[in-house]
Design a protein around this ligand. Structure first.
Ligand code: HEC
Ligand code: HEC
Length: 322
């Protein structure tokens, strides 16, 4: 009796699975032929800016400072041109080739029930925060190599921010904008302005060059060593080992359990990005695992980065001082 019950249970699960896969296939068969023709045409017509992918390795610029000047209005126009062939945006609207995107900011990955997502996107887990969407819209394939979203990405930072501002507006209570440190915003907008000593000399990099790594080492001993190790080859603690971090890729330590947000950030750690991170990690990656409020003094941050630089033999040379 017992094993019969078990068999029935297994059979039920199997049938449910088959019905689920079939419904996906049927839905695709129903939706694809018409939509695909249209999408192929429209995508060819997409402005060149979205097609060119000059610096694939670089990754997108951090989104938080860009959101301040982004426009949901412009983003809506862009989304009509770039996304509407595959996505619907109104609350409760059915999927097209891609899922409905109402309320996507702050919602979980693969959020639409019954939509036939790729395994890769389902496996990603977590929620869509600003940085996650930034990375996805910059180059979906670099976030999920096997994604079904056949879209080259938006390489233009302002345009990507506009689209994210539009996605943010698709909610009854839009998510708060990401917090931005004034220094990071200035760096993003006008690196040469902001009272930098010489033309084009980013002031933080210059501060780092003028800072004493030994002072930074003392700060790090107080502020970071509880969570991080700094010697070459040392194991992780609560946070990853930081030997060689300047010039290293984001989420650089193999096997460390990084947050999705930090992994999604992409790119490498340079002085300015470490400056933003150490000012307020949460403004860079809202879902970060680094429970650290940030260092408010720019001088202290510069000393810490000078120390990190001193333990990063492969760091790119500092830009020449003016
Ligand atoms: C050619 C069709 C196509 C275009 C164009 C397209 N998408 Fe997609 N999109 C998809 C598909 C298909 C998926 C599901 C991806 C998967 O399962 O890997 C998807 C997934 C997504 C997701 C994740 C949704 C979730 O539930 O996790 C977001 C966000 C998204 N797209 C935003 C956009 C935006 C914004 C644009 C325009 C800038 C865009 N897409 C352009 C087809 C497209
Ligand atoms: C309470 C523990 C904690 C403290 C204190 C802390 N960190 Fe972290 N740190 C982490 C964790 C955890 C991560 C991984 C973050 C993630 O996955 O989002 C991390 C990540 C980092 C990264 C990114 C590493 C990479 O591989 O991309 C850097 C750089 C960093 N921390 C520097 C510092 C510095 C410098 C200090 C001191 C000023 C500090 N952290 C203080 C826990 C901490």
């Amino acid at each position: 009796m017992d094993s019969l019950a078990v068999n029935k249970g297994l059979a039920a699960i199997l049938v449910a699975g088959i019905v689920y896969s079939l419904s996906g296939l049927i839905a695709e068969a129903l939706v694809h032929p018409q939509e695909l023709k249209e999408s192929a045409i429209k995508i060819e017509g997409v402005p060149a800016a979205t097609e060119s992918a000059p610096a694939k390795q670089e990754g997108p610029a951090p989104i938080a400072p860009l959101m301040a000047s982004a426009s949901a209005e412009r983003g809506k126009d862009d989304a009509q041109k770039l996304c509407a062939v595959c996505h619907s945006f109104g609350e409760g609207e059915p999927a097209k080739i891609g899922p409905n995107l109402y309320g996507i900011l702050g919602d979980k990955r693969a959020h639409m029930a019954g939509f036939n997502y790729s395994d890769g996107l389902k496996a990603l887990g977590g929620t869509w925060d600003y940085e996650g969407l930034n990375h996805w819209l910059y180059d979906p394939r670099s976030l999920v190599p096997g994604t079904r979203m056949a879209f080259a990405g938006i390489k233009n930072d302002a345009e990507r921010a506009d689209v994210i501002a539009y996605l943010r507006s698709l909610a009854k209570n839009p998510e708060p904008l990401p917090a931005v440190e004034p220094a990071a915003a200035k760096a993003a907008e006008a690196p040469a302005a902001a009272g930098a000593p010489g033309a084009g000399g980013p002031s933080f990099t210059a501060l780092v060059a003028a800072s004493d790594p030994a002072a930074g080492k003392a700060d790090v001993g107080k502020l970071c060593a509880v969570c991080h190790s700094f010697e070459k080859g040392e194991p992780a603690k609560i946070g990853p080992n930081l030997y060689g971090i300047v010039g290293a890729p984001r989420a650089h330590m193999a096997g460390f359990n990084y947050s999705d947000g930090l992994k999604a950030l992409g790119g490498t750690w340079n002085e300015d990005e470490l400056n933003a991170w150490l000012t307020n990690p949460r403004a860079v990656v809202s879902g970060t695992r680094m429970a650290f409020p940030g260092i408010k003094s720019e001088k202290e941050r510069a000393a810490v980065v000078a120390y990190l630089r001193s333990i990063s033999p492969d760091a790119p040379a500092a830009p020449a001082k003016p």
